[in-house]
Design a protein around this ligand. Sequence first.
Ligand SMILES: [Zn+2]
Ligand SMILES: [Zn+2]
Length: 204
Amino acid sequence: MAKDTPYQVLVRDLPVHRTFDVPPERVGEWLKGMPMRDALGAPDPDPQAGHGVADLDLYADGAHAFAAGTFRGELTVACSRCVNPVTLTIDEKLRVTFLPRHELPDDDAEDGRVDDADEDEGVVVNEEDIDVFPFDGERVDLEPLLREQFVLAVPFAPLCAETCKGLCPQCGIDRNTASCSCEPPIDPRLAALKGLKIPSGTGT
Ligand SMILES: [Zn+2]
Ligand SMILES: [Zn+2]
């Protein structure tokens, strides 16, 4: 069932200290389909997609496994105004618990609460504090964790700069580096008025 990825560690090898490199090809693959990645029109694979390094201590305790350490990396997405590349940096402390699937909080519970029936099983999962990933008991698969670092690093509307002027909605020119003489579109209701002569009572 578990597919082989370079991000798996066998439980029988724990405890262990490992570093994991995430190359640009992998970052590009993981972020494929995100609007702010696709908007770049980057080549595939994209050597500039980003990269990362996880530096982790992994250990096991009975049916659970744990990872603690750091993740550092960067990734490139499009500015939501001008579509130029924006490099985002990631510098996170990781503290993750791997639980057998039957102990995981029910994903279907919309409010994130664990069913009452699960409360006595001895695992208190406070989703605010720790990340929890599924675990088959034999190998710890870090790929979902590493992937999440990149996905969560992308803000809703990335900006190359707070002051980014964006693209002209008429001609598409990048207003940060060029200017155009496009007039803002006129509200059709006002356009109708523009043709009217406004009677002037001031005697001109
Ligand atoms: Zn921009
Ligand atoms: Zn323009």
